[in-house]
Ligand binder design. Structure first.
Ligand SMILES: NC(=O)c1ccc[n+]([C@@H]2O[C@H](COP(=O)([O-])OP(=O)(O)OC[C@H]3O[C@@H](n4cnc5c(N)ncnc54)[C@H](O)[C@@H]3O)[C@@H](O)[C@H]2O)c1
Ligand SMILES: [Zn+2]
Length: 265
């Protein structure tokens, strides 16, 4: 940890790449593991354009459930440490960007400013007809979803007709809205940011969801210091310089706390 903090204190441009693990201690279940099921479905099988095409009512129920759950969750010490570090470093002319695979907005709510959401977020909708993208925090997002979306394995499929699912409010459109889904929504971001990456650390991602998974080993191979914070070893741990095993809410605040040399500046 001391060696990491020493290196970190010298870094001017820092990327924090986060996945589901950074929000686990806020009570948001990760996809892999016990929390990964909704009804009898694997969460990652429902968050796709194919699943939406097959059964938009079911996918909306799943998103409705997660939107409502998020309203009761709050940022944990890892989100807060990252946000506070961004603010502190800004005053020193140093910069942090958070690239997150998460869709829960907890980085934003913790106060991070410089955030790129690779998969959009739970509160962003896209019109399947006119492609309009909007932030929508209505609870419920439409009357037909009220009381629906129960996660229990035996909960019935609500089979809501498309006309009663969330619809586009753009004048004259009324197209079916869909949530932001896994796939290619925001991945253009990676291309532009990859060029700017000077320093890189990674927090709580299992490094198995591509394309985000490949970045940490890639930058590490270029000699950039990379630290991984995870409960366990991942497929890329061996190729990274630092690995801090344990809860992000414990290790990230220690890692990002002000270094002695900063106080001298
Ligand atoms: N909160 C959310 O928005 C949310 C929740 C679930 C999944 N997802 C998305 O689904 C995809 C799944 O990929 P993924 O690799 O991020 O998630 P994942 O569920 O595959 O893996 C989570 C990783 O976090 C680690 N982890 C769990 N608890 C931790 C803790 N307290 N501290 C540190 N590490 C911890 C696990 O060991 C695991 O390696 C991603 O795109 C992810 O963003 C998002
Ligand atoms: Zn529209």
């Amino acid at each position: 940890m001391a060696a990491f903090r020493e290196q970190f204190a010298k870094a001017k441009h820092i990327v924090v790449l986060t996945g589901a693990g950074v929000s686990a201690e806020s009570g948001v279940p990760t996809f892999r593991g016990a929390g990964g099921f909704w009804r009898k479905y694997q969460a990652q099988d429902l968050a796709t354009p194919e699943a939406f095409k097959r059964n938009p009512s079911l996918v909306w129920e799943f998103y409705h459930y997660r939107r409502e759950v998020m309203l009761s969750k709050t940022p944990n010490p890892a989100h807060i440490a990252i946000a506070e570090c961004e603010k502190r470093l800004a005053a020193q002319g140093r910069r942090i960007v958070v690239i997150t695979q998460n869709i829960d907005e907890l980085h934003e709510r913790a106060g991070s400013k410089n955030i790129l959401e690779l998969h959009g977020n739970l509160f962003t909708t896209r019109c399947t007809k006119c492609k309009d993208v909007k932030v929508n925090k209505d609870s419920p997002i439409c009357p037909a979803l009220s009381g629906k979306g129960l996660p229990d394995a035996d909960a019935p499929d609500a089979r809501i007709p498309e006309s009663e699912l969330p619809r586009c409010m753009q004048q004259g459109c009324n197209g079916l809205l869909r949530p932001m889904l896994f796939g290619l929504e925001n991945l253009w971001i990676l291309r532009s940011w990859q060029k700017l990456i000077m320093n890189w650390k990674t927090v709580g991602t299992s490094s198995v969801v591509y394309p985000a998974a490949m970045f940490a080993p890639q930058v590490a191979a270029r000699g950039v210091p990379v630290a991984e914070f995870n409960m366990e070893h991942t497929p890329v741990t061996h190729s990274l310089g630092f690995h801090f095993q344990g809860p992000a809410g414990v290790n990230v605040p220690i890692a990002l706390a002000a270094h002695e040399s900063e106080k001298l500046k």
